[in-house]
Structures are given as C-alpha cells and as structure tokens.
Design a protein around this ligand. Structure first.
Ligand SMILES: NC(=O)c1ccc[n+]([C@@H]2O[C@H](COP(=O)([O-])OP(=O)(O)OC[C@H]3O[C@@H](n4cnc5c(N)ncnc54)[C@H](OP(=O)(O)O)[C@@H]3O)[C@@H](O)[C@H]2O)c1
Length: 286
C-alpha cells in the first residue's frame, strides 16, 4: 500500500485551479516580497516563490535591503506598498536580522495584503474563529489542512499531537484543528517525556527543525504523520521524522521534500488570490 501523502501532486492540482481563476481576472495579481539581508535559505525560498507565481500568472516584485537597514525605511516602504493599488500581497521574508523586531514590522502590513496571515489582526480572526471572508490564515497551516482534507482524513474526535508552538506553524494549527473538532495536544522544547505524548497521537504534526526527532518507538501503530521540518544537512533535505524508520508502522506520511513544502507555496498563491479578491470587492463597493 502506498502510504505517501503526496503534497507535490495536490499542490499542482491547486495551482492549476488558481491559474484558471486568475485567467478570468481583469488584471494580473501582484505580490511584493521584501528581503532584508541575503541568507542562502531565504534566497532559495524566494526563488521558489517567484517561480510559482510565474507558473500561475501572478506578477512578482522583489525589494531587497542590506542587513543593517533601519526599521523606518522598511516601515515607509510597506506603507507605500499598502497604498499602491497594483500590489495585492506583501510578504516579509523571514527570518529578519536580529536588530529588527519582526512582529512589529509584520504589523505595518495592511491585513488585507498580508499574504502570510501573520499580522495580529489576521491571527486574531483565526483564534476567535471569526466567520470572516476577509481573514487570511498562514500558508503552512492551511496547506496542511487542505492536504488532510484532500486525503479525506477525518479530524473530528481524533487526537492530534503537534510538536512546535511557533506563530508560523504550531499556534495557527491549534485553532484550525480545534475548529474541526479534533482534540489537540501541543508539545515544545520544554515538554517532558515527549514520547508519552507522541505515542498517543492519531495524527502527529512535527515542526521543530530537529532532524529525525521522531522515530518508530515514539509513534502509535497506524498513526498519520505530518512532517513540516526542513533540515538541510550538507545539501540534502531531511524531515523532523525518521521517514525510513517509521514507514512500516505508520498509516500515512508526508515525505520531505515533496510533502508539506509544496503545499505551503501553493497556499501562498492562494492567499495572493484571496487578497486580490478582497481588495477588488472593496474597490467595487466603495
Ligand atoms: N515545509 C514548509 O513549508 C515549512 C514551513 C515553515 C517551517 N518549516 C520548517 O519547520 C520547522 C519549524 O519551523 P518554525 O518556523 O515553526 O520554527 P521555530 O519558530 O524555530 O519553532 C520550532 C518549535 O519547535 C520546538 N522544538 C524545538 N526543538 C524541540 C525538541 N527537541 N523537542 C520538542 N520541541 C522542540 C520549539 O520549542 P520552543 O517553543 O520551546 O522553543 C518551537 O516551538 C523548521 O525546520 C522549518 O524550516 C517548513
């Protein structure tokens, strides 16, 4: 039996649908990405995003600054982009250099252009479970939910154990799983006896950045495993789950690469399109 949750394949289906939708728009949606510094990993992620935008017909602008740039310059640029009607989405490539406060900078973005769903307003919509068609959720968490939905994985009453509590992944997933009536346990680096929790998981989601943190002795028979981790060791990518070790024991698993990663990019494109629609709705009604 094939146990692979194929994120690449599902992401391609989403991208095809988005491309068709964009073809019917009056003008091309546009994403602006702000990069501060030049981390190798960020350069690679930005290239992937640019390529994906091109594939579906989203225009892409990269704005770059040196590592030592002042916050005020970035604030002014974001405000200019907020006011520019030809820009539909704004993304700050993370992580930022240590002298910059990423939470403060992200909150300069107009929530209607916040394609990463990381402004406090968009986070609050998610945590309050507000039925609001203008709320934008972070890309990796919604990518995971779409993958589970695509594979018809029942969530109601299931015990989801999530390792990692970041704003980018763990915290938004808490709300998304609760909204689907799952029971959720969140673990982190200070959790004692991690395996006691992971062994109880019907669905285990791991987002720590620790290569092969999870092995077969830490999972339940027939668990569904979602590996968010990306660990680059000497040019080769590894997940947070020891894929070969757990494969026989689990029911389904996302590979690294080819699992959650492609869905994250597809959901970024989805969020640009959502932002475009929100802004066009406002320009029609105002
Ligand atoms: N595939 C994708 O599209 C995608 C998207 C986003 C992120 N990622 C990857 O996912 C990983 C996590 O990303 P992130 O942004 O959430 O990272 P992060 O902000 O560094 O958060 C990591 C989380 O893991 C916890 N943790 C670290 N070591 C642990 C351990 N030994 N045992 C239990 N918990 C541990 C941390 O606990 P504390 O809170 O106690 O520090 C923290 O909550 C990274 O590898 C990243 O590259 C992949």
């Amino acid at each position: 039996m094939n146990k692979i949750i194929n994120g690449k394949e599902v992401a391609n289906i989403f991208k095809r649908k988005l491309k068709e939708e964009i073809n019917n728009f009056l003008c091309m949606p546009k994403l602006a990405v702000i990069q501060i510094g030049s981390l190798d990993a960020s350069n690679i992620y930005i290239k992937h995003k640019q390529k994906a935008c091109k594939e579906v017909g989203i225009s892409f602008e990269l704005i770059t600054y040196d590592n030592n740039i002042d916050e005020i310059v970035i604030k002014n640029k974001i405000e200019e982009l907020n006011g520019n009607p030809s820009i539909n989405g704004i993304l700050i490539q993370l992580p930022l250099p240590s002298h910059l406060d990423s939470k403060k900078i992200i909150n300069y973005i107009d929530p209607k252009k916040d394609v990463d769903g990381l402004t406090s307003i968009n986070m609050a919509h998610l945590f309050n479970n507000v039925d609001n068609d203008e709320a934008i959720a972070p890309c990796t968490p919604i990518g995971i939910m779409k993958l589970l939905e695509y594979y018809n994985i029942e969530l109601e009453g299931e015990h989801v154990v999530m390792i990692g509590r970041s704003n980018l992944v763990g915290k938004p997933l808490l709300s998304l799983f609760l909204n689907k009536n799952a029971t959720i346990t969140i673990c982190h680096s200070k959790t004692k006896e991690l395996a006691c929790f992971t062994k109880q998981a019907d669905i285990l989601v791991v987002a720590t950045g620790c290569k092969h943190l999870i092995n077969k002795n830490m999972i339940k028979e027939n668990a569904i495993l979602i590996d968010v981790g990306i660990n680059n060791v000497e040019g080769k990518l590894y997940g947070d789950i020891d894929y070969n070790d757990v494969y026989d024991k689990c029911l389904l698993i996302t590979p690294v690469p080819g699992g959650v990663g492609p869905m994250t990019i597809a959901m970024l494109l989805h969020n640009v399109v959502e932002c475009y629609k929100i802004q066009n709705k406002h320009s029609i009604t105002s």
